[in-house]
Design a protein around this ligand. Structure first.
Ligand code: F6R
Ligand code: MG
Ligand code: MG
Length: 369
């Protein structure tokens, strides 16, 4: 078998109730259409997951990244699900579909995309993460810890296959440019940027070849920022991420370990507040308190010739109970700030909300000091 492509494409095309969860009729519609695409031979296999109001299509095929047929299929599914959502008067039906018609690639059209092309290993362990009420930058801290922090990933010290480190691909989403960092050599340079997750996003992680050059893909994240695409606040750019695991890559436990710390992310209430990212089971991926706190789920798979064996609901494990408690305590603490920073986003980050209108309204009333 040659290289396979794993595509995770997601959109919020209607919430039930409000923005809190997924109505079962939406994944049912997606299942029907993905089932047909599999029967027709376009897909090898598929799996459907959801986190909060976001529907995630997890697909394997042999068409490569940014493929028109695969992206077109996803777009059609989101449109069909939008019709279902409209019939049920679900909230924000079609919210993330920013374009009127599909034109070759869903990137920049609203949906979030994470893709990886690789040769399936003898045993291919894959972890797919999906977040809700968070931002694409929410993956920066966990990805850094998985692939660069020896206090998280023992394999960086112990496993000779990981000892030389990894390449990090970083996007500057405000200036549409990217750069690759050689970790651990350039770890401190890397941190200068990825420590600002609303500006710089880790897009991909690559293995190092023996000569130190960039090798195969290990992790891939979605880098959508709907606010930037649409020019104003239109919804939540909730992210997805693919991480390959085991035998020369971080073990499952090393990939999940960063989430034991419920770090803060933007995306809580109205996309305008910081909140702790709480790792939850599929069942608990239903943010309701102050439209949050932000959630992350993890679907674990073994691939068998491109077929999904799974998903396993990785965060059901009781060993994440303390992390959940931490998230709830941090949510309590932050909530008490109300409209004050650091609960509310920094002033400059509010430019895509109603804040500029207030600025405008008051522009003639400011007096020079
Ligand atoms: C959406 C989100 C929510 C909404 C909020 C207001 O994913 O994060 O917090 O921003 O519920 O929604 P609207 O403006 O649609 O009433
Ligand atoms: Mg929504
Ligand atoms: Mg959402």
């Amino acid at each position: 078998m040659g290289k396979i492509t794993l595509s995770v494409i997601k959109a919020d095309i209607g919430g039930y109730v409000g923005h809190s969860a997924m109505h079962p009729d939406l994944p049912a519609k997606a299942d029907e259409m993905l089932g047909k695409a599999k029967k027709d031979g376009l897909l090898i296999d598929y799996s459907i997951i959801s986190c909060g109001d976001d529907l995630d299509l997890v697909m394997t095929h042999t068409k490569g990244e940014d493929n028109e047929e695969i992206h077109g299929l996803s777009w059609n599914i989101f449109e069909a699900c939008t019709e279902v959502a409209k019939k049920l008067h679900l909230y924000g039906a079609g919210q993330d579909l920013l374009a009127d018609a599909f034109s070759g690639n869903v990137k920049g059209m609203g949906p979030g995309v994470a893709e990886a092309v690789f040769e399936e290993r003898k045993s291919e362990t894959i972890l797919v993460f999906a977040g809700d009420k968070c931002a694409p930058g929410a993956w920066n801290l966990p990805l850094y810890r998985m692939f660069a922090d020896p206090f998280n990933t023992a394999g960086l010290v112990i496993d000779p296959n990981m000892h030389d480190g990894f390449w990090f691909e970083v996007f500057d989403i405000h200036n549409e440019r990217r750069v690759f960092f050689d970790s651990p050599k350039e770890m401190y340079d890397l941190l200068v940027f990825v420590g600002s997750p609303d500006h710089f996003l880790i897009k991909g992680i690559y293995r190092k070849n023996e000569d130190g050059s960039r090798g195969e893909i290990c992790a891939s994240s979605s880098t959508q920022k709907l606010a930037l695409i649409a020019g104003k606040y239109v919804g939540k750019d909730d992210p997805v991420m693919i991480v390959r695991s085991q035998s020369g890559l971080p073990a499952v436990g090393e990939v999940l370990e960063p989430f034991a710390f419920a770090h803060t992310t933007s995306g809580f209430m109205r996309g305008s507040h910081m909140g702790p990212l709480m790792p939850v089971s599929f069942e608990d991926a239903t943010p309701t308190r102050f439209d949050g706190p932000p959630r992350v789920i993890c679907a674990g798979y073994q691939l068998a010739d491109g077929m999904f064996v799974g998903p396993r609901d990785m965060f059901t494990d009781i060993s994440f109970d303390n992390s959940r408690q931490m998230a709830l305590d941090v949510a309590d603490y932050l909530r008490r700030h109300g409209p004050f920073e650091p609960h509310r986003l920094p002033y400059v980050e509010m430019e895509y909300t109603t804040m500029p209108n207030v600025e405008k309204k008051l522009q003639d009333r400011w007096e020079k000091l």
